[in-house]
Every structure is written in structure tokens, then in C-alpha cells.
Ligand binder design. Sequence first.
Ligand code: HEM
Ligand SMILES: *[C@@H]1O[C@H](CO)[C@@H](O)[C@H](O)[C@H]1NC(C)=O
Ligand SMILES: *[C@@H]1O[C@H](CO)[C@@H](O)[C@H](O)[C@H]1NC(C)=O
Ligand SMILES: *[C@@H]1O[C@H](CO)[C@@H](O)[C@H](O)[C@H]1NC(C)=O
Length: 216
Amino acid sequence: MRLTRVAASGVALFGAATAQEVTKYYDPTTNITFSSITHANGVSYRIALPIDSPVADAIFQIVSPNDFAWCGLAWGGHMTQNPLSVSWPTGQTTGQQAIVSSRFAYGYYAIPQPYDSATYTYLRGTSANATHWQVTARCQGCTRWSSSDGDFNIEVLSETVLAYACSSVAPEAPASNTSAFNVHEQFGIWGHDLQAGKSARADFDEWVRGNAGAEV
Ligand code: HEM
Ligand SMILES: *[C@@H]1O[C@H](CO)[C@@H](O)[C@H](O)[C@H]1NC(C)=O
Ligand SMILES: *[C@@H]1O[C@H](CO)[C@@H](O)[C@H](O)[C@H]1NC(C)=O
Ligand SMILES: *[C@@H]1O[C@H](CO)[C@@H](O)[C@H](O)[C@H]1NC(C)=O
């Protein structure tokens, strides 16, 4: 089965890509508790989940040094056949300073397509400064999906395999979430402890309520 094969290759890559660990991380800007990993390239990927969810629901945060002009999170641990949250700074000095593009790749030799089954809501902590850019968003539809590989629901797992990809080359139209972009310069696959970022539904809902529509 594909998941098993990917998980096995993830273990192999894990040692090469990073020696960092997944830890519980409290973000003082949003009050959200995430499970977080910072890879050797300096980019952090953070995930918060409600313990019980009737729908696919998650909050994620990507924090990247300005060395990278886009970084994406692959929720199924590989490039194809899973939701991709591709994020980048818009280059604007006011308004929306970083965005997410919802994508799904059907193969390795084409740009991932827009993916309508995931809905994103930007939260406080979506910003850019002289050294970093970051996105904090709710994603409804990232943690459950169906593809030619089968039906997946990672919310019920305590640990899962995730993947990232990053490039220093900016998307063609950085202010647009449908922009074209080129292949990554780096990618990595790791085992992510989801449990460390699971919280009561009431807390999760409060984080969404308290941080949505805020000055990003
Ligand atoms: C124009 C866009 C893209 C192109 C042309 C592209 C192309 C490729 C190619 C040719 C490979 C296999 C060769 C290799 O191992 O280096 C690959 C692997 C990979 N890509 Fe992409 N890619 C793109 C975007 C993305 C995005 C947005 C993500 C994640 C958000 C991603 C994640 C990965 C991962 C994790 C792998 C490792 C193999 C796997 O586990 O599936 N790629 N990509
Ligand atoms: C975070 O928690 C502090 C202390 O409880 C509170 O004052 C603040 O309004 C909260 N911020 C958000 C974004 O919820
Ligand atoms: C771009 O943003 C719009 C408005 O929020 C959204 O409806 C659309 O799904 C997004 N497209 C992609 C590819 O993320
Ligand atoms: C810039 O943003 C990063 C990521 O959020 C943060 O760690 C850093 O403290 C910020 N720098 C300044 C000068 O505010």
C-alpha cells in the first residue's frame, strides 16, 4: 500500500533532512497550541487539531525565513494525491502580506492544480517582516481527502507522515493564490506527532473565533 511505502521512505529521509523533533508549541500571538517542527532549513510547520471534529478541521502555521519565496505542506506526506497548502509572501507592504494556495498534484511533472475541497480562513499571525514571512490559517478539508490512493482521515491519528517543499524562486504573480510557480529546490518528509497539537473542540473554536478577521 502506498502509505506504507511512503512512511518507510519518510523514515529514511528523516535522518538526512533533519534532526529536529516535533514539540508542543504555544504561539503567543494567537494563543494557539500547535505541534511544531522546525526543519534544518529554518522553516517551521505547525498543526493544531480539535480532539473531536464532525468535519475536517485544522489550523496550521508555516513560518519561513525570507530565503524562501514559497513553501508548501503536503498533508499526506508526499507530493501527489493529497491536499497541498502552498504558501508565500505577497510582497505587499500593506494588507495581505502572505497567502495560501490550495492545490492538489496528480503527477510530478505539472504544476499542482487548484483544489476546491479545502477552504482556508486566514487567522491573526499571517504576516511578513524584514526576515520572515508566515501564514496562520484554518483549513477545512486538509485533514480528510479521497484520491486514487484511497480515503484518508489523519485527524483520528496520533502521528502521521507529512511532507514539505520549498523554493527561493518567487511565484509568477505573488499576490494571486492561483499563480504559477516552479518546481521546489528542496523537499522533506517527516513523521509528525499530531497528538501534541490536539485540543478540546471548544478551545479550537475559540482560537478560530478570536483570530479570524483580525488585523493579519
Ligand atoms: C510546479 C510545481 C512542482 C513541480 C514541477 C514538482 C516536481 C516534482 C518532481 C519532478 C518530483 C520528483 C523528483 C524528485 O524527487 O526531486 C517531486 C517530488 C516531490 N515534490 Fe514536487 N513539484 C512541484 C510542486 C510541489 C509542491 C507544491 C509540493 C508540496 C507542497 C511538492 C512536494 C514534493 C515532495 C514531498 C516530493 C518528494 C516525492 C514525494 O514524496 O512525492 N511538490 N516534485
Ligand atoms: C490570548 O490570551 C490572553 C490572555 O488570556 C488574552 O488577553 C488575549 O486576548 C488572547 N488573544 C487571542 C487572540 O485570543
Ligand atoms: C483563492 O482565494 C479565493 C478567495 O478566498 C478562494 O475562493 C479560492 O479557492 C482560492 N484558490 C486557491 C487555488 O487557493
Ligand atoms: C519577524 O517575524 C518572525 C516570524 O514571525 C519573528 O520570529 C521575528 O521576531 C520577527 N521580527 C521582528 C523584528 O519583528
